[in-house]
Design a protein around this ligand. Sequence first.
Ligand code: ASP
Length: 329
Amino acid sequence: MSDSKRHLLGLRGVQAEDIKILLETAEALMDVSSRDVKRLPALRGKTVINLFLENSTRTRISFEIAAKRLSADSINISAGGSSLSKGETLADTARNLHAMSPDAIVVRHPSAGAAKLLADIVDCPIVNAGDGWNEHPTQALLDILTIAQHKPSIEGLVVTIVGDILHSRVARSNIYGLLTLGAKLRLAGPPTLLPPEFASLGAEIHYDIPSAVAGADVIMMLRIQRERQGKNYFPSLDEYAHYYCLTEDVLADAKSDVIILHPGPMNRGIEVSSGVADGPYSVMMNQVSNGVAMRMAVLYQLIVPGADGIRGSEIPEPSLPSAAGGQVL
Ligand code: ASP
């Protein structure tokens, strides 16, 4: 595998062909999770370190299960349990992890650029499991897999992403991946959370939810990322919910076979009503199941010698102007 195929730092710059390889690999690995013995020997003898320096439920557990289902040894490190809490820098932590010869490091960090910093220091593949506002490529890949399972083709689909676009790494990775695959993207949210720069990527900007949802094939709702908001971007959560919560009424104008995604964690009644979250169009639990298969695919493609790898995924920097507004390494 060439160097340019060795990391998954983001979806910016990843070619459509490589996304398709990951989708196919995930599909091929999907049934492992429903077998009696949920294990393949593909990564036997390999070590995957999960360095999670920011809270996570789904992503951390999903990566751990994915590594175990491929027979890798997986080791979890959290912020509180690491020497970072004693003042060690991320770069020094990375050098020490590198000295123990892992076969891949999965990293989540509150700062944009953290995954790239590790990739510059260590020899093994780095998988970005979310760096600040920047990217969360495996979330977008599992979202794309979920969409692909429900629709004949991504090309030409109207995909609406609603919510706190400004602070969302999930939105950024989905924007890159979905545009690469030819989807028509609509972004919706209050103007304070949806800077006009996003239009330059080729997405339509909407400041009201009904126009963004009308005729949509896919609707992706995002959480209000209060942990990243240093100021008040809207008067109150009640007011936000009044204008931007996806309810059955709003949904009536979407396509009749629309699907609803949410990366979790979800705030019921703020981003999505319970009726929609638990209703027939929601594919949120499919997303969670697909997360394991997609993370297996990513680990497989990056670690197994001779696998395809992921071209272009090294393009590192926090990319949209507003991503750099957060804390950047
Ligand atoms: N779980 C996703 C993330 O880590 C989405 C969210 O937290 O709202 O970015």
